[in-house]
Design a protein around this ligand. Structure first.
Ligand code: FES
Length: 137
């Protein structure tokens, strides 16, 4: 396991995603209204590219003719056969007890923290103002 800087926050605006490769793993990083989530870019059904799926919401119904729509943009539909997954948990809605997409922890780190290291050398004052998206693999 290690932390890998994969983008600046500005590169993945809310509602979008970025496909990254970390240690040979293809990972789709999603920004849900400022919260970041990492999913393996391989659908557990037959290997479809999760990063190319559309983001939709959750439709629930208690009786015919009535429904509720919620969680807009948090449900990922695989582009190959339409299986749907919760971006926050990776859970499938087809077989929720058994199937889920592998998740990777993602955090946002300030630039000053990203450049910290175990080595000390002669330095000059530098400020880093961007924030970065960091995937833990
Ligand atoms: S490969 Fe994703 S639904 Fe079939």
């Amino acid at each position: 396991m290690g932390k890998h800087v994969v983008a600046t926050v500005g590169e993945i605006p809310p509602g979008s995603r970025k496909l990254v490769t970390v240690r040979g793993r293809s990972i789709a990083v999603f920004n849900l209204n400022g919260e970041f989530f990492g999913l393996f870019n391989r659908c557990p059904h037959q290997g479809g590219p999760m990063c190319e799926g559309i983001l939709t919401g959750l439709i629930e119904s208690d009786e015919p003719g009535r429904y509720r729509y919620s969680r807009k943009g948090e449900i990922l539909r695989c582009p190959w056969h339409g299986w749907e997954f919760d971006v926050r948990t990776g859970q499938s809605f087809c077989e929720p007890e058994r199937v889920q997409v592998r998740r990777y922890p993602v955090e946002v780190a300030a630039g000053e923290r990203v450049v910290e290291g175990p080595y000390v050398a002669e330095t000059v004052a530098v400020t880093v103002e961007e924030q970065y998206v960091v995937v833990d693999v």
